[in-house]
Design a binder for this molecule. Structure first.
Ligand SMILES: NC(=O)C1=CN([C@@H]2O[C@H](COP(=O)(O)OP(=O)(O)OC[C@H]3O[C@@H](n4cnc5c(N)ncnc54)[C@H](O)[C@@H]3O)[C@@H](O)[C@H]2O)C=CC1
Length: 311
């Protein structure tokens, strides 16, 4: 029998990937606002009672990194206080919570990939709100896993991969930052990783070695420009739009929020604890492009937009 896992953030990239995950042992009930609103504790309680989940996943968040600089209250309300409310509800019901966090808790000055015990130092409001959310979740529910991931993309919603495809349809050259390093991580691969975490947490509730902060990203590393090149090469191979990538330095691409120059996360703890590793990042790009590819064989269209809901 499949056991129900309640997921907050129904329309997000990770939540939709969990909803699409077809596994024999777990069923992901993804709920969005108003049915499950992190800023409405009564809605959390109603969702817990209605679904009686064996575990909770918090895939809901305020993720507008630049906008957060001018909307700190909204970012903290969801990423800290909302996460805390969900973790408290899970604890009251004696259920573990898997909470998703980010590489942006770091300042990016470390020359090597970050391990879980490295000192944090977020550069902006979003990173600070996520970091305080981590502490709030850990304080509210001892049965927690805080999964830090990075550079998330998928066929769903708006993300860097879909932006590159759109820009390639509009222009010959795209200027992309080439001095920030990290690992693009495909949301459906994150969903598989979350299922691996849940299996360990549910099978060994009495053990505690799975608890705490865990870094979970795809294999390998690149820059945003390298990511763009891989996307556009793959798009061209699939007869989709393509463009030349012009690498630029961060100061040539000013944004409201500063980003870490090094976003690389070491995943040894994840692989050791949960017996699973995410595929190389390029494999995710290929899978995402294939998922977005319209039914070219029948329509002879070369436009990737058909399956996308980016606005
Ligand atoms: N997108 C990225 O590049 C990265 C994301 N993350 C983290 O991964 C997690 C999932 O990210 P994505 O799926 O990309 O996010 P997303 O932006 O696609 O989805 C977030 C969802 O949360 C929902 N939400 C916002 N406020 C809510 C509230 N009060 N109650 C209920 N739902 C609410 C939104 O409606 C949206 O559906 C988040 O915790 C995010 O911080 C970590 C690293 C990178």
């Amino acid at each position: 029998m499949r056991r129900t896992v309640l997921v907050a953030g129904a329309s997000g990239q990770v939540a939709r990937s969990l909803a699409a995950l077809d596994v024999p042992d777990l069923r992901f009930a993804t709920l969005g606002r108003p049915d499950l609103d992190l800023s409405d504790p009564a809605s959390i309680e109603r969702a817990m009672d209605a679904h009686e989940p064996v575990a909770i996943v918090n895939a809901a968040a305020y993720t507008a990194v630049d906008r957060a600089e001018t909307e700190p209250d909204a970012a903290f309300a969801i990423n800290r206080d909302g996460a805390s409310a969900l973790a408290e509800a899970a604890a009251r019901h004696g259920r573990p919570i898997v909470h998703i966090s980010t590489d942006y808790v770091f300042d990016g000055t470390k020359p090597e990939p970050y391990v879980e015990t490295d000192p944090t130092g977020p550069l902006g409001v979003y990173g600070r709100s996520k970091l305080e959310g981590e502490a709030a979740v850990a304080g509210a529910n001892p049965a927690h896993v805080i999964l830090r991931t990075a550079w998330v993309y998928s066929p769903y919603g708006a993300n860097f991969l879909k932006t590159m495809l759109r820009l390639a349809g509009e222009r010959d050259t795209v200027r992309v930052v080439a001095d920030q390093r990290g690992t693009p991580t495909y949301a459906p691969d994150i969903a598989v990783g979350i299922a691996a975490v849940l299996r360990v947490a549910l099978r060994q509730p009495g053990r505690t070695d799975w608890r705490g902060i865990v870094h979970m990203v795809a294999g390998g590393e690149t820059t945003w420009a390298g990511f763009a090149e891989e996307i556009l090469r793959g798009s061209a191979e699939r007869a989709g739009p393509s463009a030349r990538v012009e690498p630029v330095a961060t100061p040539d691409h000013p944004t409201s929020a500063k980003r870490p120059a090094n976003s690389r996360l070491a995943t040894a703890r994840f692989r050791r604890t949960f017996g699973h590793g995410l595929p190389e990042w390029q494999e995710g790009v290929r899978n995402c492009l294939d998922a977005l590819r319209p039914v070219r064989a029948t329509t002879a269209s070369t436009n990737f937009g058909g399956a996308a809901d980016d606005t």
